[in-house]
Design a protein around this ligand. Sequence first.
Ligand code: SF4
Ligand code: SF4
Length: 89
Amino acid sequence: MESIENRLGLVSFTVDSESHIKPKEEKCDNCRLRVCLYVCPAKLYRLEEGKIYFNHEGCLECGTCRVACPEELEWEYPRGGFGVHYQFG
Ligand code: SF4
Ligand code: SF4
């Protein structure tokens, strides 16, 4: 089976300047589970000195964080023309 790193090589991105996913700082500060750190296949959430940081660049638009987050994660698809491009074949 292909590794996730190899598979991620099959996608490209048109990065928007604004994030289409907006974790709420106050919610993240008080979140006990912080599942976003573990479920994102692109590892876009990171924990630094007790705070959660998110970088939308490289988002696969899989929706996993949206489903897994116990809080209301502000989540939308990127604007038209932006985001991930999957390549097949
Ligand atoms: S799971 Fe949701 S609320 Fe918790 S830290 Fe991650 S984004 Fe924030
Ligand atoms: S939609 Fe998927 S790839 Fe994008 S941040 Fe959420 S879990 Fe990660």
